[in-house]
Design a protein around this ligand. Structure first.
Ligand SMILES: [Zn+2]
Length: 1018
């Protein structure tokens, strides 16, 4: 029983993943002091007292004047802390993003906390009666208005502050730059990596690069600024794949291929064969995604056995077909590394081979408040960074540290990375610093490349809040409104709908009659429909594009053009305006053509084919008169006189440029500054499925893909946060910085690249040979210093206006109501009383750290640096870096700081790991002794020793393999089978009595006469 409890408990790490998954002056004119770190402010400068809101500088300003302010000093503010005690916090002129929860909602003079992008308590300014603006420790800018300059403190209540800032105000004649940056010219590929280096990747989920730059310029990302901006190179035009979602992006980042090869196309996988949906974002998601790419270990054995038995009973073709429905066969980066005898080292990641990583749960429990498993998503960054520092660094050539909280906070909190999330980003910077310090202490930093990357950006929060449009319930599900004489006069389509773990049925619809949608809280949705017509009950068989233009949803109604119906939808935005919430509707026309339709910018067709060299080339043509033709296909005609097109390319390119095919690199360059960067290639790569995926396409491809218009997202609930998935620049642009041996410093590359280039770049960086034809991406070379420098680069000045994102104004948030047609559900993952949450909390108790329990009881009021655990951890860290490797390894094996309640049982995971580590330790010592003995005997080894080691290694590996597999099976049983079935069953029973008919008869009102069907949704 003890073992069973222990085992079940260790399963918990799996379960958390579900939670965590649910940013014109000449150079001579520039004064050097602003761009330098240590400028001085004289003692007789202006005093800005911490308890005064505004201080008159006595400086009269005329609009257009260049102004420079330098400041130093400290003020002490009081923030509400633990147990409602006010705690003093010291801040400099830059202010802080480490504000307490209690002040987040306050109205600061310059919107801060949850309301805006400014740091709390920073030095601010205003001219005359103009709006306040950020000043910080240094700023040089051109005044926008005339009047008297005042300086002040960004605090909603200055009365309890003390201390003062000293500020020096000058009029330098011209605006001074904040820093200098080398611009890397296009087409420089002559550099290369140093040999024998490893790589540590900081993967900050959803981080916007423009936010990184602004926060760094404001002095709030000191580590990132030192390592990556001043000490590294920024690839400023890096784009992810479409949709700009975590799962598709991870497939692309870690395989070096697009989704038409790796097959991870959305957050949810819906099977047309079984009508069953599985999410890549749930606890089993990460292992599901790796199994799609390339199964490992026991999964591989099982799959081979299944394929063999299918071959025996049903023949070769059936076996091949079955195998290709299971996996895409595209090798992820870890498979390339394993082929070379290495591996990657990761904590939790959206795509994982070892799930959960052993002992990872304990890193999480260190930070998670007691019995708050439902809030685990707020502590993953700390857990992953801690886990990497303790268990991963220095073990493998590639270490990946995923910091997902930036994305999770952006989704949930007001204004995303222009609000509350800035605290998370500032915290991520601290974690980056901790990891780099550990690398340095271990003596590895000189031979380590560092990478800062995000999988996508975020849309919204800067100038507007987003509104949700419930495509599922307000368009597909909502009842049709019929006049008494049987005419359809409004409402929705009246169809039963499904999302993952969500059913909404109409009375009378059979179990196979529904529309499935993948796309909740997202800028994109993928729509699956029964083939032919809604009542066909047929989900498999050939995709027939013409059917969607003449789709019958009911026997007594004429067929619908689904594309037109979708683009015509209107809804009321939070701003009060009636808008079209749907931007693009994408449909595959044939194996070569994709149709893009809009409400107001016409249609276009992307045509893709292979050129003589076997590379893909693409043509984009605006078309008109899109209509079904007799053979089930859809025809359209070249729109010769088009002035607009769906992707807005005619605004940037001559119409005759669109008459030709171009390769992928050219398309990326042509579209980089458009509203849909890399759109032509990205849409095609998403809508097509290559030969290795043909069986998966038949089972998993949607009929239509729709994207949300600016300011909107698809979802059933309102959120003040920001979203991704869109093809827009802010969502498609990813963060990508490098630093390390031979990497350019203080440089910026504007030449565009894609995240698909990541895997080949990484493999080349750590010295692994590969066949470049295996990848769609190419290894980036322009990040390195060129072998021969022909010209010395001139650093370009960077001004405050280049980094200022101008999001300082407060935004009003008006949440829209949820659809009146939402079904009831008992599944509430954010609640402590959710069934899964209760189970996790009960299971977690054994993972509580003994040292933390000590501290919380003995020192309840102290901050982060806690008594007992702090002492034990720092001693442990010092000893692990001991000069004697045997001492260091022995300390690591014992893992004293990782001691948990469950370790009172000898068979706990912690103790099993200690035994495993001890075996390695003994093996390593005996190897050395055996080597020395053999050396003195004049031979390479003592007979039998290597074989004995191999047998021990094999047994150890086999044990952990089975352990991991069994854990996954238990999660499947507990989480996906038992708990989900209980919840789904309860939902089903409750909603059974709430079902509505698909149509309702309404009395005609004069207003609704002539109103277009289904187009007015609110
Ligand atoms: Zn993501």
């Amino acid at each position: 029983m003890q073992r069973l409890i222990e085992f079940a408990r260790s399963v918990v790490a799996w379960l958390w993943i579900g939670f965590l998954l649910l940013a014109g002056c000449s150079r001579e004119a520039a004064g050097p002091e602003l761009a330098q770190a240590d400028f001085s402010v004289p003692d007789d400068s202006l005093i800005v007292s911490g308890d005064r809101q505004w201080v008159d500088t006595g400086v009269e300003v005329t609009a257009g004047d260049a102004l420079t302010v330098l400041a130093r000093g400290k003020i002490v503010v009081r923030q509400q802390g633990k147990f409602h005690r006010k705690q003093p916090v010291e801040v400099g002129p830059n202010g802080t993003f480490f504000f307490s929860e209690e002040v987040a909602e306050h109205y600061f003079p310059l919107p801060s906390g949850a309301r805006g992008p400014a740091p709390c308590y920073c030095l601010i300014g205003r001219i005359g009666d103009g709006p306040p603006f950020f000043v910080g420790r240094r700023k040089s800018w051109a005044a926008e208005r005339s009047g008297r300059l005042e300086l002040g403190v960004n605090d909603f209540d200055v009365s309890d502050n003390c201390g003062q800032f000293h500020a020096q105000v000058t009029k330098p004649g011209v605006v001074q730059p904040v820093s200098f940056q080398e611009a890397v010219p296009y087409g420089v590929y002559s550099g290369g990596p140093c040999s024998g280096c490893s790589l540590v990747v900081f993967y900050v989920d959803g981080l916007r690069p423009d936010v990184v730059r602004e926060m760094a310029a404001m002095g709030h990302l000191p580590n990132i600024n030192r390592l990556f901006i001043e000490g590294g190179v920024w690839s400023s035009n890096t784009f992810t794949a479409f949709p700009s979602d975590t799962i598709t992006s991870n497939g692309t980042m870690w395989t070096g291929c697009f989704s038409d090869r790796h097959g991870l196309k959305g957050q949810v996988r819906f099977s047309r064969r079984t009508l069953y949906s599985e999410s890549y974002l749930e606890p089993l998601g990460p292992s599901r995604s790796t199994r799609v790419l390339a199964p490992q270990g026991i999964d591989k054995v099982i799959q081979n056995t299944q394929a063999t038995s299918i071959r025996l009973f049903k023949g070769d073709e059936a076996s091949t077909r079955w195998r290709s429905t299971q996996t895409s066969g595209v090798a992820p980066i870890y498979q390339h590394l394993r082929a070379g005898g290495s591996d990657w080292a990761t904590g939790v990641l959206p795509l994982m081979t070892q799930m959960p990583p052993l002992l990872w749960a304990r890193s999480l429990v260190r930070y998670l408040p007691y019995l708050h498993a439902q809030e685990a998503w707020k502590y993953i960054d700390n857990a992953n960074a801690h886990y990497a520092t303790r268990h991963l660094l220095g073990k493998q050539p590639v270490t990946i540290i995923w910091l997902p909280e930036t994305d999770s906070f952006s989704h949930k909190y007001r204004r995303g990375q222009f609000g509350m999330t800035r605290r998370t980003i500032a915290q991520a910077d601290v974690l980056v610093g901790n990891v780099v310090r550990e690398l340095q202490a271990q003596g590895q930093l000189q031979k380590t490349y560092l990478m800062l990357v995000s999988d996508h950006g975020h849309h919204g929060g800067r100038q507007t809040h987003l509104s949700h449009f419930d495509l599922t319930n307000e368009f597909f599900y909502k009842r049709r409104e019929m006049s008494p004489d049987g005419c359809w006069i409004g409402g929705g389509l009246g169809l039963s709908v499904r999302q993952h773990r969500f059913w909404n049925r109409h009375r009378g619809d059979k179990s196979r009659e529904f529309v499935f949608l993948d796309g909740d809280s997202d800028g994109v949705a993928r729509i699956f429909l029964p083939r032919g017509n809604f009542r066909s009950g047929k989900w498999t068989g050939a995709h027939c594009p013409a059917d969607l233009l003449t789709y019958k949803i009911s026997d007594h109604l004429p067929p619908l053009n689904l594309i037109e119906s979708l683009t015509a939808v209107k809804a009321v935005h939070g701003s009060g305006e009636v808008q079209h919430p749907i931007d693009l509707v994408l449909m595959k026309l044939s194996d070569r053509h994709v149709l893009i339709s809009t409400a107001d910018r016409g249609h276009a067709v992307i045509d893709r084919k292979k050129n003589d060299l076997g590379r893909w080339i693409y043509k984009y043509t605006p078309v008109e008169s899109v209509a079904p033709i007799t053979n089930g296909e859809v025809a359209s005609y070249f729109a010769r006189h088009a002035t607009v097109d769906p992707l807005g390319l005619l605004d940037h390119l001559q119409p005759r440029m669109l008459e030709h095919y171009y390769d992928e690199k050219t398309w990326l360059n042509l579209t980089v500054h458009t509203g849909y960067p890399d759109g032509v290639v990205a849409f095609a790569r998403h809508m097509f499925w290559q030969e290795n995926l043909q069986y998966r396409e038949a089972e998993f491809a949607p009929d239509l893909v729709v994207t949300a218009r600016k300011g909107w997202y698809f979802g059933i609930k309102e959120s003040p946060g920001t979203m991704h998935g869109y093809p827009f620049p802010d969502s498609m642009r990813a963060t990508l910085f490098f630093s390390g041996p031979n990497i350019r410093r203080g440089a910026r590359i504007d030449e565009p690249c894609r995240l698909v280039d990541l895997t080949p770049t990484i493999l080349e960086m750590v010295g692994f040979a590969f066949d470049k034809h295996e990848f769609d991406g190419t290894a980036l070379r322009n990040i390195y210093e060129p072998a021969e420098k022909t010209v010395t680069p001139t650093p370009q000045p960077v001004y405050w206006q280049d980094v200022d994102l101008q999001a300082w104004y407060p935004l009003n948030y008006k949440p829209l109501k949820c659809s009146a047609h939402l079904p009831f559900t008992v599944n509430r993952p954010s609640s402590a009383f959710d069934l899964n949450g209760l189970a996790y909390n009960a299971l977690l108790i054994g993972d509580l750290s003994i040292l933390r329990l000590f501290d919380d009881v003995l020192f309840p009021l102290s901050g982060e640096e806690k008594g007992v655990s702090h002492v034990v951890e720092s001693t442990d860290r010092r000893m692990r870096r001991a000069r004697s490797t045997s001492v260091a390894e022995a300390v690591q094996t014992l893992n004293i700081p990782g001691l948990t309640l469950s370790d009172y049982s000898f068979t706990s995971l912690g103790n099993l790991m200690r035994v495993d580590g001890a075996i390695n330790w003994v093996q390593e010592r005996s190897r050395k002794i055996s080597g020395k003995l053999a050396g003195s005997l004049g031979c390479q080894t003592i007979l039998g020793t290597p074989m004995a080691h191999e047998a021990i290694d094999g047994t150890q590996q086999g044990f952990w393999e089975i352990y991991g597999f069994a854990q996954r099976m238990v999660v499947h049983l507990l989480d996906e089978t038992i708990l989900n079935s209980v919840e789904n069953g309860a939902d089903h029973m409750i909603n059974l009595f709430r079902r509505q008919p698909a149509e309702v008869i309404v009395a005609p009102s004069p207003l609704s006469v002539g109103r277009s069907k289904i187009s007015d949704m609110q």
